[in-house]
Design a binder for this molecule. Sequence first.
Ligand code: ATP
Ligand code: MG
Length: 658
Amino acid sequence: MSCDFAQHLNEAQLRAVTAPDGAVLVIAAAGTGKTRTLTHRVAWLALERGVEPRRMLLLTFTNRAAREMLERAMQLIGQDVGGLWGGTFHHATNRMLRRHATLLGYGADYSILDEDDSTRLLKACINELGLRDKKFPKAEVLGSVFSLAANRGADVAETVADRFGAHPVDLTAILKVHTLYEQRKRALNAMDFDDLLVNGLKLLQEHESVAARYQEQMQHVLVDEYQDTNKLQNDFVDLLASGHGNLLAVGDDFQSIYSWRGAEVQNILSFERRHPGAQVIKLEDNYRSTPGILDVANRVIAGNPEQYQKVLRATRPAEVKPVYVKLVDGGHQARYIVGKVQQLLDSGAAQPSEIVVLYRSHYHSMELQLELTRARLDYYLMSGVRFFEQAHIKDVCSLPRLAVNPADSLAFMRLMEMLPKVGPKKAQALWRDLGQHVNLRDAAKRAQLTKLLPKDAQPLWAEVDAKIFAPGEGEGDVLDRPAELIFRLVEAFYRDYAEETFENAEQRLEDVEELMTFAAKYDDTAAFLSEMALLTNLDAEQNLHAGTPAQTIRLSTVHQAKGLEWKAVFVLWMVDGMFPAARSLEEAANEAEERRLFYVAVTRAKDYLWLCQPRMRKTREGGVMLCPPSRFLAEIDPGLLQEEKAGGMGAVPRWSRW
Ligand code: ATP
Ligand code: MG
């Protein structure tokens, strides 16, 4: 089988694909064929150089990307590339560790802890050390700080001090938790995700014969999305390639969006220093998007002048300009998009799988999910759990659930287990002692509950109870008003709880706000709960039947959309505080990363791009909050966009040219 490489590739791509042995860095902006270059390099090595696939290591960011690339390479080569090592960094290190774990004191059959497992283990460590206290950081929070330290290859104490900055924390106690956590994992013969990277690198660094073996085996190392590698991954790659020096890395500093997880764009910038004699190839022709979309992309990134500037040149003919549309609020935005999606489908301009809606944070998609469900348009969610199935949504709904059904033991236990010193066992005992029936309308029963609680929880719960059941504004029983009930729970208790429990509490509390807005439409708690349950079930059912994401439109965070492309892209909530996200704006470096994220969003589009800017958000009280347009919109010359006037509040959407 042969392949006409010159036919598939432009001159610069071909140079990278056919480069002689040694290090090559392809640094190029979005859609210029970096990933395509990697697959062709694999094929070229196999076909023209006779390199066996098992002597190549192809590292990518997600398993899906790895699979796609392997399939593509297989098509080009016309034979199986079965022996090729392709996958994520975690995959590769795990494969090595399975063979050599004993060298590091683990059994070869070590288990891998997923995030939930590691959080539980951390929780157990905190309890064992007697540190479970309102003021002590929660397991999730500590887990993410420990993880950041591991991925940066940084000192734990320093990372902790850095993370908690202004807040006084007991550093010694936190380090004790860390030590105990490490010991426990050892005792369990288990590694968490970070350990796979840490130990994979350690294996090569500390055991020369192992390193030599893999350097010998992996004659060619290829890395996609190189801008998002962290220190551990980078050291791992450098070490593996250090013997023969055959390393092809492709990346785009414009698209570095994981610094919050320890990624260091510096790895790209210092490549030539670390690999003297490396060839650096730039690609400038973009094959993905129309010129109108690229003009916008180039403008967007020009707002980060400190970046290594590269301009995207269009290869496609000019079509329509990207659309900028102002909308009244989130509901209007959702209806507008549903209308546009329907037009795209009806006119045959796009298949469902060629359409994506992108957003900065998962919760931004909530109204759209509701609207799509109503319109019976199936969708595939590429990120996060469905809105109503998230832990914090279930947390705050435990109170209305118990209000409606005094026999709902699950809701009762969920509620109680949020209290200090109440674990599953204690919650079970409480339930039993209360006669397996807790009617919240019965003040005597509530008093009995408070009395039965452990000392540490009693005063807290007494206060919460008083606040929730205090006579307040508004008519009728608070138990019949779901939005008010959730609001009181949040104010009396859940806000503090979330802040201590979740690393991303702010975002979760925004979700809860969104839920309250939804709940405000109901003056009957049971109706609210059943609508919620139905939406959840309907979703689940649709997923079950519609199944393959190939036939549905996608909803995704921008982070999850990296490296992918769609014919039509909608970007939601282009307002300051949402995109860019409020919490990312405290430092200039964060604003720059948000801008890169916006660049990633824009460059996913092949033909059609919509930037949606609602003017206001509904608040829980039924009022409105004005939203300033995203600062990124102001950076785009108005001439580059076609502004569309959307119809009134959800009127039939106007036709626009495709
Ligand atoms: P990203 O930065 O978003 O990951 P990328 O640089 O990896 O983008 P690819 O996904 O490899 O870009 O390519 C973008 C699109 O352009 C793909 O559809 C690809 O098939 C097409 N393409 C790339 N190079 C060429 C070429 N020389 N001729 C025709 N099409 C090309
Ligand atoms: Mg790519």
